[in-house]
Every structure is written in structure tokens, then in C-alpha cells.
Design a protein around this ligand. Structure first.
Ligand SMILES: Nc1nc2c(ncn2[C@@H]2O[C@H](COP(=O)(O)OP(=O)(O)O)[C@@H](O)[C@H]2O)c(=O)[nH]1
Ligand SMILES: [Mg+2]
Length: 462
């Protein structure tokens, strides 16, 4: 990726296709000069955009800078550095939202001297110019991509700097420890005591890091959704249940065992929580290669699911395979007894033996009985133990989680060096390592290839 901040970039910020409005944005030192070549006053003559007051909106014709042809009737707003999204001079032009209009508008700005922006380049500039740190920049992408209320809330909290502030506090505590350690290194003869209070502070930071790490599971669920695997023997009604839960006929339902072979996934937000339901192949020995692969994938899905719905068919005798599945899934398992619209083929005792203390729901995927209580229970299961707002920030991102692990390990090494009576240099080296790891979260010490990977995830125009 190019990190140059000198050229003026332009992009369409609204999604492709036809819409009422389409926004073209421009950022860079030349933004006002370039805009002044294409934004014509209704009375004739061009705007001198740079001499207009910041944060104002104006009516204009967007014209081709070469032939002078009018392209569209627009409104534009200008934002003078540093009070803009990128911290540079910016112009946002609201055009009519047609693909041909926007294509011509882009062309006009390019001819006038702008360069097409790369994905995420506006936000990259905001980061490089210090308006957002890296965790906040990542939150921008998360916010745009959020598929549930919870995901949105977590992303906004991170964008507002919740996580960044915490990182700042921890880094500050560690820097203070370093100052004392360095005094001990620089003036070994002056008898600077490596007091216990320093070890206590490091220990305190370790505990705070652990507190943040403990939010990761929940944070990840907020951002990525709760993965719910639907498993069971063939023909028990997994695909029917899946369709009923996601509210569409996504998976094929037949009376033929072995219909579902690949994993079918669909997202749906229930009660503000994003669920990713996964329909899987029925577990059975099969000579068929494709079905065998399907079972392998089903097993993987079952292992990775945050929750696993084990579907049983009440209209036929319980099988050993049913029990094995419930047992294998363990604590993440929820038993769903399906087909209650048909005459039951097992007794209460049979049920007691198979459910082994797991939450159990009776449903008819076909008729819809019991589905609402199942959905409600799923929402509650994920919601249980949820912290209320305003406490420690959520860690939602695996990159942040890994950096926290790195920081914690470095601090534990420093404490160990301490206890073993090693010199202050050793202790300090590990404290520095921890600071560096924390800095990766906010982008102070993040390598360029990681930055590239992060910003290439953005859409163009953001
Ligand atoms: N009566 C009744 N039939 C069901 C119910 N759920 C599924 N079925 C039927 O059971 C068969 C297998 O269903 P399917 O969803 O393909 O099961 P899968 O193999 O576990 O995915 C189909 O003929 C469905 O119509 C139910 O709640 N009641
Ligand atoms: Mg199926």
C-alpha cells in the first residue's frame, strides 16, 4: 500500500448501483484547488472552494474540466483541515445516485488532478495523521459491517476510544515502571531500590489484561455472531429446523436420508444478537464419498459451534447414535426433540436418559410449535453473564486478543526475572516487550504488512 499523504484522493463513498444520491469524496492538500476546477456556480463562473467557510454546503453544477459540459446538479460540503474525517482538506459532493453520473464525476475529479483512492485509504489517512488510532480505525470497518445491534454497539464503543483509553492507561503504568527500572540501570551505585511496589504494579497490569482477555469470547460473539451448529442423525429434521429458524427455505428438505451434504450457513439477528445457524449432514456411516465428506464437515462444525442443537426425532425409536451425539457435544449442547406433531415413539424415561441434564426443547419444525421458546432460550443463553455497559471494554478482535496474550506473557517473564533476582535490565526488557505488544493494538508499533491487511479489508471510499 502507498502511504503517501501528498496526493489528493477521490472515491465514490456510496454503494454501487442506482440510488437517490451518490457521494463522491475528495481528500488531500489539493482537494479545494481540484474541486474549484469542476464546481461551477449556478450564476456561472467557478467556486473558489478554499475561500468558502469550512463545514458549509453549497449548490453547484459539476462540470467536465476539459469540455465544460455539465455532468450533474450537486450539493457539496467542504471541511478544512484538520477538522475532517481524514484530518486533511476534504470535499464531499452529493450527486444523483446513478452509476453513469458517478463514473463521469470521478473522471472529472481525476482529470482535474485527483487520484482514485484505494480501499480504506481515507481511514488510513485518518490513522496516519493521528485522528484515529488503529483500534478505532478497525472499529470503523466493524461498524460498517455490523450485522446486529450488539455488533454495532461494540464497534461504536471501540470507535469512541473505549479500548484505546484502556490501552493508554496500561501503557502509562508500564512506562512509569520502566522509568524506575531505568534509573536503577543507569545509577546502579546510588542504591535505587527495586521496591515491591513495582512488582505489584506489573502484577496489577497483568490482572487488567486478564480481565480484558476474559471479554474476548463475548466480544467475538458480538462482532462475528454466535455460531449454532445443528446436528443429528439423518432425517430427524435438521434442515427443516434450520429453515424454520432462519425464516427462509435455504436448505433442501426431503424424506430421503442423506440429502444435506455440505454445511449450509445463514445469519439472522434475533433479539439484537447475531446468530449464524449451520445446517449439517446427518451423522451416519456412508459408502458415499460426498456424504462421507459432509459428515466430516458436520463434525468440524459441531466442534467449532458456540452452541450445538442436537436434533432428535421423537416419531421413531431413540438410537444409540442420538445418545452418543448429546454426550459428545457436552456443555454447549441443546437437545431439540423434533416432530412433536407426530405420535411419540419413546417414553419420558428414554428422554431422561438421552438429555443428561442438557436444556431440552420440544418442537415441530414442520408446524412451527415450540420455535419461539427455542429462539428466546437461545438469546438468553448467549445473554447470560453479559456485563452491562460502561464496564471494561470488549475485546472483539483476534488481533487485539493475540497482542494481549503477548503483553501478558512478557509481563509474566518480567515478574519471573524479578523473583529470580536478575538485574533490572532483564526485567526492563520484558516490560518493554509488553509495551510493544500493547502498542500493536493502537497502532503505535504495528508492522506495515499488518496495516496493509487491516486497511485492505475496507470498502473503497471509506
Ligand atoms: N411431521 C413432521 N415431519 C417433519 C418435521 N420436521 C421434519 N420433518 C420431515 O422429516 C423429513 C426429513 O427432514 P429434513 O429436514 O430433511 O431432515 P434432516 O435430514 O435432518 O435435514 C422430511 O420429510 C421433513 O418434512 C416435523 O416437525 N414434523
Ligand atoms: Mg438435511
Amino acid at each position: 500500500m502507498c502511504y503517501s499523504l501528498d496526493d489528493t484522493i477521490v472515491a465514490v463513498a456510496t454503494p454501487p448501483g442506482v440510488g437517490a444520491l451518490g457521494i463522491v469524496r475528495l481528500s488531500g492538500n489539493g482537494a479545494f484547488k481540484i474541486a474549484s476546477k469542476v464546481l461551477q456556480k449556478p450564476s456561472g463562473g467557478f467556486y473558489s472552494v478554499g475561500s468558502l467557510p469550512s463545514h458549509t454546503v453549497h449548490y453547484a453544477f459539476l462540470v467536465d474540466p476539459v469540455g465544460g459540459e455539465r455532468i450533474d446538479e450537486v450539493l457539496f460540503a467542504l471541511f478544512k483541515a484538520p477538522k475532517s474525517y481524514t484530518s486533511q482538506d476534504m470535499v464531499e459532493v452529493t450527486c444523483h445516485g446513478g452509476p453513469v453520473v458517478l463514473e463521469r464525476a470521478l473522471e472529472a475529479f481525476v482529470v482535474a488532478g485527483a487520484r482514485l483512492a484505494r480501499p480504506g485509504e481515507f481511514t488510513l489517512r485518518a490513522f496516519l495523521l493521528g485522528r484515529l488510532d488503529l483500534a478505532q480505525a478497525e472499529a470503523v470497518a466493524d461498524l460498517i459491517e455490523s450485522a446486529s445491534e450488539e455488533g454495532r454497539r461494540a464497534a461504536l464503543a471501540q470507535l469512541e476510544g473505549g479500548l484505546s483509553r484502556k490501552m493508554g492507561e496500561l501503557a502509562q503504568a508500564l512506562r512509569e515502571v520502566l522509568v524506575e527500572l531505568e534509573a536503577a540501570i543507569d545509577f546502579p551505585d546510588e542504591g535505587v531500590e527495586l521496591g515491591n511496589h513495582l512488582a505489584e504494579r506489573v502484577d496489577g497490569v497483568v490482572r487488567e489484561i486478564e480481565g480484558l482477555m476474559a471479554t474476548y469470547r463475548e466480544g467475538k460473539l458480538c462482532r462475528e455472531g454466535v455460531r449454532v451448529a445443528i446436528v443429528g442423525l439423518p432425517n430427524v429434521g435438521k434442515s427443516s429446523l434450520f429453515n424454520a429458524l432462519v425464516g427462509e427455505d435455504r436448505a433442501i428438505v426431503t424424506s430421503q436420508p442423506g440429502t444435506t451434504r455440505d454445511v449450509v450457513e445463514a445469519q439472522v439477528a434475533l433479539g439484537g444478537v447475531l446468530f449464524r445457524f449451520m445446517d449439517t449432514a446427518g451423522f451416519r456411516e456412508s459408502g458415499d464419498e460426498a456424504e462421507g465428506e459432509g459428515v466430516k464437515r458436520a463434525r468440524k462444525c459441531m466442534e467449532e459451534g458456540d452452541l450445538v442443537l442436537v436434533v432428535l426425532d421423537r416419531s421413531r425409536p431413540l438410537q444409540e447414535g442420538d445418545r452418543v451425539l448429546v454426550r459428545e457435544v457436552g456443555g454447549r449442547g441443546v437437545v431439540v426433540v423434533n416432530k412433536i406433531d407426530l405420535p411419540g415413539a419413546w417414553s419420558q424415561e428414554d428422554l431422561g436418559r438421552v438429555m443428561v441434564g442438557r436444556p431440552t426443547f420440544h418442537v415441530s419444525a414442520k408446524r412451527g410449535d415450540g420455535l419461539e421458546s427455542l429462539k428466546k432460550a437461545l438469546i438468553e443463553m448467549v445473554g447470560r453473564g453479559r456485563r452491562r455497559e460502561g464496564e471494561i471494554p470488549l475485546v472483539t478482535n483476534v488481533r487485539h486478543y493475540q497482542a494481549l496474550i503477548g503483553a501478558k506473557e512478557a509481563l509474566l517473564r518480567s515478574l519471573k526475572a524479578w523473583q529470580e533476582g536478575l538485574s533490572a535490565e532483564f526485567v526492563a526488557a520484558d516490560v518493554k516487550g509488553a509495551l510493544e505488544a500493547l502498542g500493536e493494538i493502537t497502532g503505535e508499533t504495528t508492522p506495515e504488512d499488518v496495516l496493509d491487511a487491516i486497511f485492505s479489508r475496507f470498502c473503497i471510499g471509506k
